[in-house]
Design a protein around this ligand. Structure first.
Ligand SMILES: Cc1cc2nc3c(=O)[nH]c(=O)nc-3n(C[C@H](O)[C@H](O)[C@H](O)COP(=O)(O)OP(=O)(O)OC[C@H]3O[C@@H](n4cnc5c(N)ncnc54)[C@H](O)[C@@H]3O)c2cc1C
Length: 283
């Protein structure tokens, strides 16, 4: 890490990260993802805290996948087998067992669920703070309010274009290596070096409920067929979904400065844009 410099045009987490749901599900159909998630979970739930003495805000409230048809339940049984190979504890539950675990859940139309007790929720601010604290202790530098305005590129003796430095309003940094981690703005940063980053931003809607009695400590819920997630947020839920016909958001990629209020649209702007609202019956 020594010698690495993180340049952030505003404050850390001010991009997408501050309003992430932060759901960490350990079981995914690809073994690469399972290993990556196991590593992330280890870092966030144990290693960062051991290294920095700071709690990342990790909450181990468990995760529940909903099967509303037989094929989905079969898939969850396969995921459970995959989990066994990787040491991830999981249980396929009947609707009645699911009701015992999560009494507020409507289980009438369920075939079953997959329960992963060591899944959980990451806190974006806490994770970012502990990560930067650990990186700084190893010699990295974090500079906020410092937008990257250009990337200098040179052509070497073999005709290969190579990074030579990074420009900012406060000066330049000579470096042969740049990691583009600008999220939805990555294509704008890539263009500075003549690189096309194939990435588009899309609108995403989510709803935060009022307080729900009895919801505390319940697992996060993912319904893959309805494309909806229910995230525990203290004693309320935040409910989000993935659109099958999303609205692209070109301004986000074009914009150089973050509008007031960040990436979050006003409630009135998203009104009528909750394509998965029929699925709110689950909670
Ligand atoms: C509602 C919602 C729910 C989500 N739920 C989940 C979930 O449950 N699980 C999950 O794994 N993921 C989830 N995600 C996705 C996750 O939040 C993102 O993948 C992640 O936060 C992206 O982090 P990032 O650091 O790549 O990008 P960002 O957090 O957007 O960081 C990019 C940074 O680059 C900075 N920047 C841009 N241009 C420049 C420049 N020229 N110079 C310097 N700095 C610049 C920006 O200011 C910003 O801070 C969710 C996202 C949303 C919006």
């Amino acid at each position: 890490v020594s010698g690495a410099v993180l340049l952030e045009r505003e404050q850390l987490t001010s991009g997408t990260t501050w309003h992430t749901a932060g759901l960490l599900w350990q079981l995914r159909p690809s073994d690469v993802e399972v290993e990556l998630l196991a590593h992330t979970r280890r870092v966030v739930s144990q290693e960062l805290e051991q290294e920095t003495g700071l709690h990342t805000g990790w909450i181990q409230n468990g995760g529940l996948f909903i099967a509303s048809n037989r094929q989905r339940l079969d898939e969850y049984k396969r995921l459970m087998s995959l989990g066994k190979a990787y040491g991830v504890e999981s249980h396929v539950l009947s609707p009645a067992e699911t009701k015992t675990l999560y009494p507020l859940l409507n289980v009438d139309d369920l075939y079953g669920t997959l329960y992963v007790p060591h899944d959980g929720t990451m806190d974006p601010a806490g994770t970012c703070t502990t990560l930067t604290r650990a990186a700084a202790a190893r010699g990295a530098q974090v500079i906020e309010n410092c937008p990257v305005t250009g990337i200098r590129v040179r052509t070497d003796d073999f005709g290969v274009r190579r990074v030579a430095g990074v420009e900012t309003q406060h000066g330049s940094i000579q470096t042969p290596c740049v990691v583009n981690c600008a999220g939805v703005w990555a294509s704008a940063v890539g263009r500075m070096a003549g690189v096309k980053v194939p990435l588009v931003a899309i609108h995403h809607a989510y709803v935060v409920t009022e307080r729900i009695e009895g919801i505390q400590n319940m697992p996060n819920v993912r319904d893959h067929d309805a494309s909806v997630y229910l995230r525990l947020q203290g004693d309320a839920l935040s409910v989000g979904g993935y659109e099958t016909n999303p609205i692209f958001w070109e301004e986000a990629v074009k914009s150089r400065t973050r509008a007031a209020g960040g990436l979050c649209l006003k409630t009135s702007t998203v009104k009528g844009y909750i394509p998965w609202s029929d699925d709110l019956r689950r909670a």
